[in-house]
Design a protein around this ligand. Structure first.
Ligand SMILES: Cc1cc2nc3c(=O)[nH]c(=O)nc-3n(C[C@H](O)[C@H](O)[C@H](O)COP(=O)(O)OP(=O)(O)OC[C@H]3O[C@@H](n4cnc5c(N)ncnc54)[C@H](O)[C@@H]3O)c2cc1C
Length: 429
């Protein structure tokens, strides 16, 4: 009889600490006397598929993911395990592994959008038992007092419920060192690792980061030590400076650190330094992230259609010339051009920049909002399906916005958040 194996499927969660999925896999394995094999799939759909003629994930994202997976592998090796990396989609990788392994369960994070949901269905259709965990959410599904079909239609309503109702709070982060059953197991071979040669050549210059759990913790620790959290609310929209906002998004999107951990650290910081609205505001933004995750699950495929989840006809065409000008930073608006050039070079853009370039694409260039969302998807180092498509739909007025869309006055915004032109001079020399 071959030994039983529980697969921990690493989807977008490249960390060991505070990882309910990994904990679930090790507990399941312990109960059955089985072993855990962590498996990450590079998912060809991310590389080979295109949307509106654009690649799905670009080099910035790929570099960060590659670094994060390598760091995860080191963490796992240090704990006597390892990471099996497959170049396939999960269902195919599992089927190949099944030829030599007795897989009894596949543990993964709760799907956040249509593709992940369909992937889980494919895995189940192959006869595997799939166990889902709320790995990267603040709240577990069972804590929320509404099902997906009753999810509040706006962020404000969602926030009021989760902030006011007792019993809805993120679990305390937990550390895997306490687990007992994360043990050596028979190791399948070959361990595959494919990557594009260009991974290493892309750079994120503004705030230099690299993927991985320890990098995330170091960065977040420095942000707290510098007490930048104490002024977060007042600086988060400014266009220049590394400590203006937390710059956590890439690590959160690749799951190198958990949102629960950040949440809990802000509470500790508050107890130490005294409460102020800036500290609360970071939790407020994490609630936006949370809301978009549940909104994406509730909207499923409608999040990606032109009419959006609201089923409302927006204007906008797919004119190539106007889109090319926007993409390359050659519109007639300097703040938009600067932000787009920053995005192209670094894979990152601050939140206010994202809002302004989206508003410009939708309301001034009169383009289909999905072109912008797809371009962001192909460029962002922190691409996250729920936050990206949710924010775009929101600004386009086809998502969860009670005001039916957001139009920004670009000149006012530029004067306010880049008053001395230093940001624009930096990117438009
Ligand atoms: C059009 C558009 C597309 C976006 N696409 C993405 C994306 O693909 N991936 C992504 O992580 N964020 C996305 N955002 C949200 C936000 O712009 C980034 O999370 C933020 O700029 C990252 O910088 P930071 O980590 O310094 O954020 P901070 O201001 O320090 O916020 C802390 C964390 O809160 C979360 N957060 C903050 N603002 C938002 C928001 N509006 N929506 C959801 N979560 C938020 C992020 O996880 C962020 O890291 C998008 C916003 C817009 C307007």
């Amino acid at each position: 009889m071959r030994p039983e194996i529980v697969i921990w499927l690493v989807r977008d969660t490249c960390r060991v600490d505070d990882n309910p999925g990994l904990k679930r896999a090790t507990t399941l394995a312990f109960e059955r006397g089985a072993s855990v094999i962590p498996l990450a799939c590079l998912e060809p759909r991310r590389w080979s598929h295109q949307q509106f003629g654009m690649p799905r994930n670009g080099l910035h994202w790929a570099r960060f993911r590659s670094e994060s997976l390598r760091a995860l592998r080191s963490e796992l090796v240090a704990r006597g395990n390892g990471l099996w990396v497959s170049a396939d989609e999960p269902a195919s990788a599992l089927n190949r592994a099944r030829q030599s392994l007795n897989i009894v369960s596949v543990v993964c994070d709760r799907p956040v959008a249509t593709e992940e949901r369909l992937e889980n269905e494919r895995i189940e259709a192959e006869g595997y038992s799939v166990v889902v965990s709320d790995v990267d959410d603040l709240f577990r599904a069972e804590q929320l007092p509404f099902g997906l079909d009753e999810l509040p239609g706006t962020f404000s309503k969602f926030r009021k419920v989760v902030e006011k109702k007792p019993g809805i709070e993120p679990d305390t982060p937990s550390f895997t060192d306490a687990l007992t059953s994360f043990i050596n197991q028979p190791w399948p071979d070959p361990v595959e690792w494919t990557e594009t040669a260009d991974y290493a050549s892309s750079s994120w210059t503004e705030v230099r980061t690299s993927g991985g759990e320890s990098q995330a913790k170091t960065h977040w620790g420095s942000y707290l030590d510098a007490k930048a959290l104490s002024h977060y609310k007042h600086t988060r929209n400014a266009f220049c400076g590394p400590m203006q906002s937390s710059h956590l998004s890439a690590w959160l999107s690749h799951g190198c650190i958990s949102a629960r951990q950040i949440w809990s650290d802000t509470l500790e910081y508050e107890a130490r330094e005294g409460a102020n609205e800036s500290i609360y505001w970071l939790r407020f933004e994490l609630l936006w992230r949370e809301y978009f995750r549940w909104y994406s699950r509730a909207s499923d495929w409608t999040l990606f259609r032109h009419r959006g989840p609201n089923d409302r006809e927006p204007s906008g065409d797919q004119n190539k010339t106007r889109f090319e000008a926007w993409k390359t930073g050659h519109t007639s608006c300097d703040i938009v051009d600067a932000a787009m050039r920053e995005l192209n070079e670094t894979g990152w853009m601050r939140n206010r920049g994202r809002q302004l370039v989206a508003s410009h694409l939708i309301y001034e260039l009169n383009l289909d909002w999905r072109l912008g969302a797809s371009y962001f998807e192909s460029q962002l180092v922190d691409f996250d399906v729920a936050s990206n498509w949710g924010n775009w739909a929101y600004i386009a007025g086809v998502g969860p916005d009670p005001r039916g869309g957001r139009i920004f006055n670009l000149n006012d915004q530029a004067d306010r958040y880049d008053p001395d032109h230093s940001y624009r001079s930096r990117w438009l020399p």
